[in-house]
Design a protein around this ligand. Structure first.
Ligand code: DQA
Length: 152
C-alpha cells in the first residue's frame, strides 16, 4: 500500500477492486484514460488539500480486499471503495465493511445505473454512507470530499 506521510491527520483507506489495475488501457471510452498511478496521484493531491492522509490499495482478489479492510480497521478513519464487479455480488465485502464499522463511500468511474442491468444493483451501497457514480476519476475526489465532510 502507498501511504502519504503526516501522522497527525486522519487516515483514509482507498480500495480499488478488480481490473482497475488496467485503468488507462481498459475500455478507456468507459473508464477514462488515466492510469491507476495517475488516479492515485490525483487522490493523494485532493487528500492533501482536505488535510487527510491516504493509503491506496488495489487487488483483483476478494479475500485480499477483505484482509486489507480488516487490517486497517484500527488505523483508518474511513474508506473510499470502488469494488469493481464485486459491487454487484460480493456479500463478503459488504459484510467486511459492516464488520469494521467504518464510514465508507462507494465510488464508480462509470454510471452504473446507465449500463447493463446487472450493474444497477449494488450489494455494497446499503452499508455505505453514500455512492458516487459516473463522474470519471472525479467520483473518487467527490467521494473523498463526502467522507471528509462526514468525519467533521
Ligand atoms: C466500475 C463499474 C463496475 O460495474 C465494473 O465491474 C468495474 C468498474 C466503475 O468504476 O465504473 O470494474 O466499478
Amino acid at each position: 500500500m502507498t501511504k502519504s506521510k503526516t501522522q497527525t491527520e486522519p487516515f483514509i483507506l482507498v480500495v480499488h477492486g478488480p481490473n482497475l489495475n488496467l485503468l488507462g488501457e481498459r475500455e478507456p471510452e468507459i473508464y477514462g484514460s488515466l492510469t491507476l498511478k495517475e488516479l492515485n496521484e490525483r487522490i493523494v493531491s485532493k487528500a492533501r488539500s482536505l488535510g487527510v492522509r491516504i493509503g491506496c490499495f488495489q487487488s483483483n482478489h476478494e479475500g485480499q480486499i477483505i484482509d486489507t479492510i480488516h487490517g486497517q480497521r484500527h488505523s483508518a478513519a474511513g474508506m473510499v471503495i470502488n469494488p469493481g464487479a464485486f459491487t454487484h455480488y460480493s456479500y463478503a465485502i459488504r459484510d467486511a465493511i459492516s464488520a469494521v464499522n467504518l464510514p465508507c463511500v462507494e465510488v464508480h468511474l462509470s454510471d452504473i445505473q446507465q449500463r447493463e442491468e446487472f450493474r444497477r444493483i449494488s450489494v455494497i451501497a446499503p452499508v455505505c454512507i453514500g455512492q458516487i457514480s459516473g463522474k470519471g476519476y472525479e467520483s473518487y475526489l467527490l467521494g473523498l470530499e463526502k467522507l471528509v465532510e462526514y468525519l467533521r
